[in-house]
Design a protein around this ligand. Structure first.
Ligand SMILES: Cc1ncc(COP(=O)(O)O)c(C=O)c1O
Length: 374
């Protein structure tokens, strides 16, 4: 397995003083106080020192079913929920459960590189199908259809997308669902950024489409929604049959999600959801600032306006962009700006930039890049 370019850049950035970070996909805001207080209360009541049931505490799974019904239009029972160590562990366990060695998994790209690695770790074969950059990195449904073979077992994607910021329309998801039904495929989703869409674009869960619930594994997380990266708590929804298989991997990976974090997550779901609106508003403002600063550097970059997530994937117009790692290293060394090279997502001529940062960070980064390219 090759070294991750994301982590290589993070390591290199750590060695440099006063770096403007546009490379991290973690919210810079802290976890809201009411969520921390829910965790502290659970600790004080001595509820957190032991394992929970592997599927997760029942109070949390009950709240998750309410959220799934209200937000995702997925009618679920607590037996169809597995609380996991972030979305990542849920996805790893789901992929292990769904595919056998040699099975092909279709992944629209650019996509989240961890998905590809998870398929490889399960001895599967990632089949990367390019999206259409000029149309906002939308799905190329015909190419996905053509990529299906007798060995295809699943389609796996993040929506809203890391790294492109695309948000799939209901029509795109309906076409994917049709391919899945026709070829008896499982769909595995990563909906980590479900709440962060802008300009009237909406996130849709493919599991809510007719006849899809039984063939979709939907993964969600508290990480992005509530700025809880370090708490490591997320969840997966699937049919009872699939959940019982995914649970086998989940137990071998982790036994259960951290119990203190499960109580924090319960606190997050039960309280007002205002913090999500505040985060979304902040990300939209920073996205707009980043795009206006990119417009001033149009000799170097062109971009598709991100409709969701807090990430964007500008194209490098300069010839040197053909080695995106070298380009990102140059930005780091000469401008002290940390970005993630496109090669980390199998796409040279691009860098990923995160707008989950303070506005000041964006201005510093772009002031430096303007100097560097002047
Ligand atoms: C698309 C996507 N999925 C999952 C994760 C990680 O989620 P978690 O912290 O819940 O494991 C990330 C983090 O950057 C991500 O971008």
């Amino acid at each position: 397995m090759p070294k991750s370019a994301i982590h290589e850049m993070t390591q290199l950035s750590e060695g440099i003083e006063d770096v403007a970070f546009l490379s991290w996909a973690k919210p810079t805001a802290g976890t809201p106080d009411h969520i921390k207080e829910a965790a502290i209360k659970a600790i004080a009541e001595d509820k957190t020192g032991g394992y929970s049931t592997p599927a997760g505490i029942i109070e949390l799974r009950n709240e998750i079913t309410k959220k799934l019904s209200k937000v995702n239009h997925i009618e679920a029972s607590p037996g169809e929920i597995l609380v996991t160590v972030g979305a990542i562990e849920g996805l790893a366990a789901a992929i292990m459960a769904v595919i056998d060695p040699g099975d092909e998994v279709i992944i629209p790209v650019p996509g989240y590189s961890t998905h590809i690695r998870q398929v490889l770790m399960a001895s599967g074969v990632p089949v990367c199908v390019p999206t259409v950059e000029e149309k906002g990195f939308c799905l190329d449904v015909d190419r996905i259809n053509d990529a299906v073979t007798k060995n295809t077992r699943a389609i796996l994607f993040s929506d809203p997308n890391n790294p492109t910021g695309s948000v799939y329309s209901k029509e795109e998801l309906e076409s994917l669902a049709e391919i899945a039904r026709k070829n008896n495929l499982v769909v595995i989703t990563d909906e980590a950024y479900e709440y962060f869409t802008f300009d009237g674009y909406k996130h849709h869960s493919i599991a809510a489409l007719p006849d899809m619930k039984e063939r979709v594994v939907s993964s969600f997380t508290f990480t992005k929604t509530y700025a809880m990266t370090g708490w490591r708590v997320g969840y997966v929804h699937a049919s009872k049959e699939l959940i019982s298989q995914i649970k086998k991997g989940h137990i071998t990976f982790s036994i259960c999600a951290p119990v203190v974090s499960q109580y924090a997550a319960l606190g997050a779901l039960k309280a007002s959801q205002q913090c999500i609106d505040d985060f979304r508003e902040h990300y939209k403002n920073v996205r707009d600032l980043m795009c206006s600063r990119l417009d001033r550097l149009d000799r170097v970059f062109e971009y598709q306006m991100p409709r969701g997530s807090y990430l964007m994937f500008p194209k490098i117009k300069l010839d040197e962009g053909k080695d995106s790692l070298a380009f990102a290293k140059r930005l780091l060394k000469e401008a002290r700006v940390s970005t993630t090279p496109g090669v980390a997502f199998d796409s040279e001529f691009h860098v990923r930039m995160s707008f989950c940062v303070p506005e000041k960070m964006v201005n510093t980064a772009f002031d430096r890049m303007e100097d560097c390219f002047s």
